[in-house]
Design a protein around this ligand. Structure first.
Ligand code: FPP
Length: 253
C-alpha cells in the first residue's frame, strides 16, 4: 500500500485514538513463544520478523512518523554464538527481502547502535540500506541494532570530553543539547510511547536518555503474536494517559 493511500484510510481518524509521532518497541518474547510450542528459539525470531513486518505496515497505516525497534542489544552478545549469528542473518535477510517494499512504501531506514563488533558485510549492509532509503519521506524506521543506551551516553560524554580537552568547548557551555547532538538519535524526536511485549516490565537499556518522558506500555503477548489487535490495545492505553512532562497541563501527544 502506498503511504498516500494509507493516510487516506487511516483508521485512527475514525476511532479517535491518539497516535504517537514516535513509537518505540521492545520486541520481546520470541524465545518463550517458540519454547511454548516445542520449537527452537530461532523459530521464534523468524516469526518475530513477520511480526516486525506487521508493525511497519500498521505504523504506516496509522500515521506513526518515527518507529524505533530494538532488534539486538549490546547485551545480546551474551547469547549462544549460534543464536547471535542467526539474528545477524535475519537482519541481512530482512534487508534483502524487504528493501524493495520499504522503498516502495516511502520508508526511510536508519540503523542506530555501535558499529564496534560488526563485520564488514554487516557494516556495508547498514550503510547500503540507509543510503538507498535516505530520500524517502514517509515513515522513518529506526532499527536499534548492537545498541545499548548506557554506552550511547558514555560515547557521547567521551566525545564531549575530547572537545573540552582540545580546548574547543568550555565546560560551562555544555547543555542537554550538547549531549543530544552526540546521540545516535540526533534529529529524531524523543519517543512518545515505548511499548514492550511479553509481560516484562523494564526498559533494558533502551533509549535511556530519549525515553525520559515516554509513556511506557507493557502487554502480555509475546512478540510473534503481535498484530493489529495488540497494537490497538497499546494505543488505547496510551491514549488514556495524561502527559505532563513534569508540568501540570496535559499536551495532545
Ligand atoms: C527478544 O526475544 C528478541 C530479540 C532479542 C531479537 C529480536 C529480533 C527480532 C524480533 C527479529 C527481527 C530482527 C531483525 C534483526 C530484523 P527473546 O529472544 O529475548 O525472547 P525471550 O525473552 O522469550 O527469550
Amino acid at each position: 500500500m502506498s503511504v498516500d493511500t494509507a493516510v487516506a484510510t487511516a483508521p485512527s481518524i475514525r476511532s479517535g485514538l491518539k497516535i504517537p509521532d514516535h513509537l518505540a518497541v521492545i520486541m520481546d518474547g520470541n524465545g518463550r513463544w517458540a519454547q511454548a510450542r516445542g520449537k527452537v528459539r530461532t523459530e521464534g525470531h523468524v516469526e518475530g520478523v513477520k511480526a516486525l513486518r506487521r508493525l511497519v505496515d500498521l505504523a504506516i497505516r496509522y500515521g506513526v512518523k518515527h518507529l524505533t525497534v530494538f532488534s539486538f542489544s549490546s547485551e545480546n552478545w551474551r547469547r549462544p554464538r549460534d543464536e547471535v549469528n542467526f539474528i545477524f542473518g535475519l537482519l541481512h535477510r530482512f534487508v534483502a527481502s524487504d528493501l524493495a517494499t520499504l522503498i516502495q512504501n516511502n520508508v526511510r531506514v536508519r540503523i542506530i547502535g555501535t558499529r564496534d563488533g560488526l563485520d564488514d558485510p554487516m557494516s556495508r549492509l547498514i550503510e547500503d540500506v540507509q543510503k538507498k532509503t535516505a530520500a524517502n519521506t514517509g515513515l522513518e524506521l529506526i532499527v536499534a541494532f548492537n545498541y545499548g543506551g548506557k554506552s550511547e551516553i558514555t560515547d557521547a560524554a567521551r566525545r564531549i570530553a575530547a572537545r573540552v580537552a582540545a580546548g574547543k568547548l568550555s565546560v560551562e557551555d555544555i547543555t542537554e543539547e550538547t549531549l543530544e547532538r552526540e546521540l545516535y538519535t540526533f534529529g529524531i524526536p524523543d519517543p512518545d510511547l515505548i511499548l514492550r511485549t511479553s509481560g516484562e516490565q523494564r526498559v533494558s537499556n533502551f533509549l535511556l536518555w530519549q525515553g525520559a518522558y515516554s509513556e511506557l506500555v507493557f502487554v502480555e503477548e509475546n512478540w510473534p503474536d503481535f498484530g493489529e489487535q495488540v497494537f490497538l490495545k497499546a494505543l488505547a492505553e496510551y491514549s488514556a494517559r495524561s502527559r505532563r512532562f513534569g508540568g501540570i497541563e496535559s499536551r495532545s501527544k
